[in-house]
Design a protein around this ligand. Structure first.
Ligand code: FES
Length: 343
């Protein structure tokens, strides 16, 4: 069958442009094989990364028809099916019999070096920031191997599947607006370290991952990373598990992100929804203890008053009792099966 590839091409110094290529292919041909054929048969200047051709090395990640994926994993047929599903969901399947067209672009959140090749320096630096190695101290056992039980090893399987392809990082909304955020790939690896029975730095790690907006609290929970991960690592779920470890160790007074979460739950339990008069004072003002935080609320509070948006009173929701019992049910479940509940 004949297909068309619209490839977004650029170099460091040029604006992106679309270049189109047509190919005769079998439906089972992988996107990577199509790119190889374009390069070998039509245009040797096209640049993209590849290595194993077998979903192992993570080199060939790129945006294929709008989402990051491995070019050696997806094929012409699977992409056509996907595009048809999207068209049907958008009700714009119009019986178009024009040639099937695929769009291929470089990954997001990373500067382009050339065509589909991106500069991954920040990606690797952010991985390094979570110390993605079992601590050296814990490995100083000279007399014997450092054994794990089958259960301990099995607990690492999902996170250990990560091939560091960058698909999650490419689609990360938090990373797009917050350059401090280390990214889902790094935090999934961080959770692997927290889980590893051989590592003895759990407490120090959790302090590190709790830091500011660079750690777990920088995640906006958009689920994009879970959706695109080709290895089903579910990075957002792993971030949730780290949050749980931190929340289990900290009180609301310990840091603003933890107060944000705990105060939100407490207020919703009390009134069915958030009493905004109290929320800022408790979270930013640390229950009136943080003078600097309280003063920082002044300008916003003043603007809200001026625009008539400052709530002077609070009416509990009619469904408060139902909301409260739902939250309490989840909290009971969390205590029974902590590993099953995502934050
Ligand atoms: Fe290695 Fe695609 S070439 S994962």
């Amino acid at each position: 069958m004949e297909v068309q590839f619209n490839i977004i091409r650029q170099t460091k110094d040029t604006e992106p442009r679309v270049q189109s290529y047509r190919l005769d292919v079998d439906p089972g041909t992988t996107i990577l094989e199509c790119l190889n054929r374009i390069k070998w048969e039509q245009d040797g200047t096209l640049a993209f990364r590849k290595n194993c051709r077998n979903t192992i090395c993570g080199s060939c990640s790129m945006r294929i028809n709008g989402r990051s994926a491995l070019a050696c994993k997806e094929n012409v047929s699977s992409e056509l099916n996907r595009l048809e599903r999207i068209a049907a969901a958008n009700s714009d399947a119009d019986g178009d019999d024009s040639i099937p067209t695929f769009t291929v672009a470089p990954m997001g959140n990373m500067p382009v070096i050339k065509d589909l090749v991106v500069d991954m320096a920040d990606f690797w630096n952010n991985l390094e920031a979570v110390e993605p190695y079992v601590s050296t101290e814990a490995r100083k056992i000279p007399e014997r191997e450092f054994l794990q039980s089958p259960e301990e090893r099995e607990s690492l399987n999902q996170n250990g599947n990560c091939i560091l392809c960058g698909a999650c990082y490419s689609e990360c909304n938090a990373r797009e607006v917050n350059p401090a955020f280390v990214g889902p790939h790094a935090l999934a690896k961080a959770q692997r370290m927290v889980l590893d029975s051989r590592d003895d730095r759990t407490e120090a790690r959790l302090e590190n991952y709790n830091e500011g907006i660079g750690g777990v609290w920088g995640c906006t929970r958009c689920y994009n990373c879970n959706t695109v991960c080709p290895m089903e690592v579910a990075p957002m779920d792993q971030i949730g598990k780290i949050k749980r470890e931190i929340l289990d160790r900290k009180t609301a007074r310990d840091s603003r992100p933890i107060r944000h979460r705990k105060v939100m739950i407490d207020l919703v339990k009390q009134g069915g929804w958030v009493d905004e008069r109290k929320f800022g004072l408790m979270v930013v003002g640390n229950y009136l203890r943080d003078l600097e935080g309280l003063l920082s609320l002044g300008p916003l509070g003043f603007r809200m008053v001026l625009r008539g948006k400052f709530p002077l009173s609070f009416e509990p929701s009619e469904g408060t009792q139902t909301v409260r019992s739902l939250i309490e049910s989840v909290q009971r479940l969390e205590q029974e099966k902590p590993s099953k509940i995502d934050n």
